[in-house]
Design a protein around this ligand. Structure first.
Ligand SMILES: [Zn+2]
Length: 329
C-alpha cells in the first residue's frame, strides 16, 4: 500500500449502527464496516466503540495517523459543530453535552469535525449522489423520524443554533398527535416509520381490516412500515389508503418547504424512502396542486442514490470542506 497518500475517515453514528469507512484521496472506500451502537450502554461506551473501530480500520489497512488528513462524524440530534460537542440526542440515553471532538483528540492527532446526521447525509447526496452539481436542494430523511438538510445558493444552511431544517416539527394540525418536542400535530408524527404504523393501527382499531392483521397474528405491536409497503403491492386497500394519506401530508409539508426555499430538487432518503413511488406520486401531485406554481414547476422530487452509505461518505466530504473550503468541486 502506498502511504504517501492522504486518507480520510467518515463515521455515521446511528441509533442502531455505527457505519464507518476510510476513503482515499479520490473518495473511494478502502475499508468500511458497520457495528452495533449499543446506545443504551451510555455515551462513554459509544465514544469508546467509535475510537476502537477507527483504530482497528487504520491497523487493518496499515495506515498511520500522519496519513489521515481528517475525520468527520455525523451525529443525530442537536449539536454545536463549531465547538465540537453534541448537545442532546433523543435516542441516546445520558447523551448531554458530550464533547465528541475533544474525546477523539485524546486518541487521534488528525483534526475531527462533527455535524448533524441529516446534514452529513446531505453532503453525501449533494457531492456524490442525486444532488450532484446543484446549487439549491433539500434532502429529507424519513426513517424513525423526519429531518432535512438545506442548500441555498450553494451554501448549506445552519441557522442561529445549528438546528435549521427540523421539518419533522412543522405543525400540520392545531390539535394532533402529541410530539416529544412538547407540541402536537407535528409532521414527523405522521410521516415516519412510526407515524405510518400509527395511522394504520388507528384505522384497524376503528374496525377496518387489512392483510397485515394476518401477517402479525393480530399482534399490532409487530406491524412495521415495510409491511405497509408490501401490503400496498398486494393491493390491500387499507395499506393503499395509509400510503396515500402519508404521501398527502408529506406533500403539504414539502409544498411549504418549496415555497420557503425554492429548491430545484428535493431528495427523499432514509428507510421509508424505500417505498419510492408508492409514496412519491401522491407527494408530487399534492405539491403540484398546493405549492406556488413558479417554484413547484422548477422542483423535482426524487429518492436518494447512496442509500445507507450517504452519511459516512458525506461526513468525509464535510470534514474535508472544514479543512479546506470548497475542497470538493
Ligand atoms: Zn414536534
Amino acid at each position: 500500500m502506498n502511504h504517501s497518500h492522504k486518507y480520510t475517515i467518515g463515521v455515521d453514528l446511528g441509533g442502531t449502527n455505527i457505519k464507518s469507512a476510510i476513503l482515499d484521496q479520490n473518495f473511494q472506500v478502502v475499508i468500511e464496516r458497520s457495528d452495533p451502537t449499543n446506545a443504551l450502554e451510555g455515551p462513554a461506551h459509544v465514544i469508546r466503540t467509535i475510537k476502537g473501530i477507527v483504530h482497528e480500520m487504520m491497523q487493518h489497512q496499515q495506515i498511520a495517523h500522519e496519513n489521515i488528513s481528517c475525520m468527520g462524524i455525523g451525529i443525530p440530534g442537536l449539536l454545536n459543530p463549531k465547538e465540537g460537542f453534541s448537545i442532546f440526542s433523543p435516542n441516546f440515553p445520558g447523551w448531554e453535552n458530550i464533547h465528541v471532538v475533544q474525546e477523539m483528540k485524546k486518541d487521534f492527532s488528525f483534526p475531527v469535525f462533527i455535524d448533524n446526521d441529516v446534514r452529513v447525509n446531505l453532503y453525501g447526496e449533494w457531492y456524490f449522489g442525486a444532488g450532484k452539481g446543484l446549487k439549491n436542494l433539500v434532502l429529507v430523511t424519513i426513517g424513525t423520524g423526519l429531518g432535512s438538510g438545506i442548500v441555498v445558493d450553494g451554501n448549506v444552511l445552519y441557522g442561529t443554533t445549528s438546528s435549521i431544517g427540523e421539518i419533522g416539527h412543522m405543525n400540520m394540525y392545531r390539535e394532533g398527535r402529541p410530539c416529544r418536542c412538547g407540541s402536537s400535530g407535528c409532521l414527523g408524527r405522521y410521516v415516519s416509520a412510526i407515524g405510518m404504523v400509527r395511522t394504520l393501527v388507528e384505522k384497524l382499531e376503528s374496525g377496518r381490516d387489512s392483510i397485515i392483521q394476518t401477517w402479525v397474528d393480530g399482534d399490532r405491536s409487530r406491524i412495521s412500515a415495510k409491511m405497509i409497503s408490501d401490503a400496498y403491492d398486494l393491493n390491500d386497500s387499507l395499506a393503499i389508503e395509509v400510503m396515500h394519506e402519508t404521501g398527502g401530508i408529506l406533500g403539504f409539508g414539502l409544498a411549504n418547504v418549496i415555497n420557503l426555499f425554492n429548491p430545484e430538487l428535493i431528495i427523499i432518503g432514509g428507510g421509508v424512502s424505500a417505498a419510492g413511488d408508492r409514496l412519491l406520486h401522491v407527494v408530487r401531485e399534492t405539491i403540484r396542486q398546493h405549492a406556488l406554481k413558479l417554484s413547484s414547476n422548477a422542483c423535482g422530487v426524487v429518492t436518494a442514490q447512496l442509500g445507507g452509505r450517504a452519511g459516512m461518505i458525506g461526513a468525509v466530504a464535510y470534514a474535508k470542506n472544514q479543512l479546506e473550503p470548497r475542497a470538493i468541486p
